[in-house]
Design a protein around this ligand. Structure first.
Ligand SMILES: C[S@@+](CC[C@H](N)C(=O)[O-])C[C@H]1O[C@@H](n2cnc3c(N)ncnc32)[C@H](O)[C@@H]1O
Length: 288
C-alpha cells in the first residue's frame, strides 16, 4: 500500500466512524507512524509502506475510531511551542488556552519589581505555568493542582522544557495549601491565572467521546452550573494577590456575563474580556 492509498482508505474508515476531520486526523497519525512532518507526506505519496508501518497505522486507526484523542495516541501536543505530554490524568491543552498564557506572560514580563510571581491554579499538564516560565526567565511560578498524577505529568513536561527549577509544584484542594502557615505569612502573587473546570455537571455525559471518556472528569466538572470554581476564586484569590496584581481566567461559551457578575459581587474590577479565535468571549482579566 502506498502513502496516498493509506490516506484515502483510512480517511474513509475514520469518516464512517464519525471522527471529525478524518483526512487531517489520518494524515497526522500516518505522519506520526512515519516520523515525518505531515506536509512531507505530500512529497511521499508513491512511497510504499513497510508491513510494520501498516500494522502501526492500523492499530492507531483502531484506537482513533474508538474516539481516543489523537494527542493520547501520539502521546503529546504542542502548547505555545512546547511539547506537552498528555495522558488520561490531564486535560489535553486546548489552543484557546494559549491566548490565556499569552495575556499572562505579557503582564508578568512588565511587573515593575522582579522577580514576578504567578500561581497557575489547576495546572493539569502544566502547560500554562511552563509557557509563563519560558517567556519570563526571571519569574517564579507555582503550579497547583488537586491531582498528584497530573502534577507528575506537569513536572515531567516542565523538565523537558527546561523550566522545572523555576516552578513549585503544589498539591492542594483549592486554596487549602495556600492558607497562612504557622507564622501567619500569606502567600501572594503578582498573577493568579487559571483555566478551571467549567462544564456544568449534567452536560458532561453529552460531550464528545474524546472529551467525555478521556479527559479526567475532575478537569471538566464545574459543578451544577459550571461556575463553582469562579465563585471560589472570586471569593478567595484576592487575598493571594500582591498590590497591583491581576486575576486572569479562561471560561466556557456563554459564561461571560455570569462570571462578570460573580467577580463584581466580590469587588473585582473587570478590566477586559477577550475573545478566542472563533470570536467567542473566553478570557477575563480583573483586578481589585
Ligand atoms: C480545565 S483543567 C486545566 C488544565 C490546564 N491548566 C490547561 O489549561 O490545560 C482544570 C484542572 O483543575 C484541577 N482541579 C480540579 N479540582 C481542583 C481543586 N479542587 N483544587 C485544585 N485543582 C483542581 C484539575 O485536576 C485539572 O487539572
Amino acid at each position: 500500500m502506498t502513502v496516498l492509498e493509506a490516506i484515502q482508505k483510512s480517511t474513509e474508515f475514520l469518516g464512517k466512524k464519525g471522527v471529525e476531520s478524518p483526512r487531517l486526523q489520518t494524515e497526522l497519525l500516518l505522519a506520526h507512524v512515519l516520523a515525518m512532518p505531515r506536509m512531507k507526506l505530500y512529497l511521499n505519496f508513491e512511497r510504499s509502506l513497510a508491513p510494520g508501518e501498516v500494522d502501526a497505522l492500523r492499530e492507531f486507526l483502531r484506537r482513533r475510531s474508538q474516539r481516543e484523542p489523537l494527542q493520547h495516541i501520539t502521546g503529546s501536543t504542542s502548547f505555545c511551542g512546547h511539547e506537552i505530554s498528555v495522558n488520561r490524568n490531564v486535560l489535553v491543552p486546548r489552543p484557546e488556552t494559549e491566548l490565556l498564557a499569552e495575556c499572562g506572560w505579557q503582564f508578568l514580563a512588565a511587573v515593575p519589581a522582579p522577580p514576578a510571581t504567578a500561581l497557575d491554579f489547576g495546572t493539569g499538564s502544566g502547560c500554562i505555568a511552563i509557557a509563563l516560565a519560558a517567556k519570563c526567565p526571571t519569574a517564579a511560578l507555582t503550579a497547583l493542582d488537586l491531582s498528584a498524577l497530573a502534577l507528575g505529568v506537569a513536572r515531567e513536561n516542565a523538565a523537558r522544557s527546561g523550566v522545572a527549577e523555576r516552578i513549585e509544584f503544589l498539591q492542594s484542594d483549592g486554596f487549602a495549601e495556600l492558607a497562612p502557615g504557622p507564622k501567619g505569612v500569606r502567600r501572594q502573587f503578582d498573577l493568579f491565572i487559571s483555566n478551571p473546570p467549567y462544564i456544568p455537571s449534567q452536560e458532561i455525559p453529552t460531550l464528545q467521546p474524546e472529551v467525555r471518556d478521556f479527559d479526567p472528569t475532575g478537569a471538566l466538572d464545574g459543578g451544577e452550573d459550571g461556575l463553582a470554581f469562579y465563585r471560589l476564586i472570586a471569593s478567595q484569590a484576592g487575598a493571594h494577590l500582591k498590590p497591583g496584581g491581576k486575576l486572569m481566567m479562561e471560561f466556557g461559551d456563554g459564561q461571560a456575563d455570569a462570571i462578570r457578575e460573580i467577580l463584581e459581587r466580590e469587588k473585582w474590577v473587570v478590566e477586559a474580556v477577550k475573545e478566542d479565535y472563533s470570536h467567542r468571549a473566553r478570557i477575563v482579566i480583573a483586578r481589585l
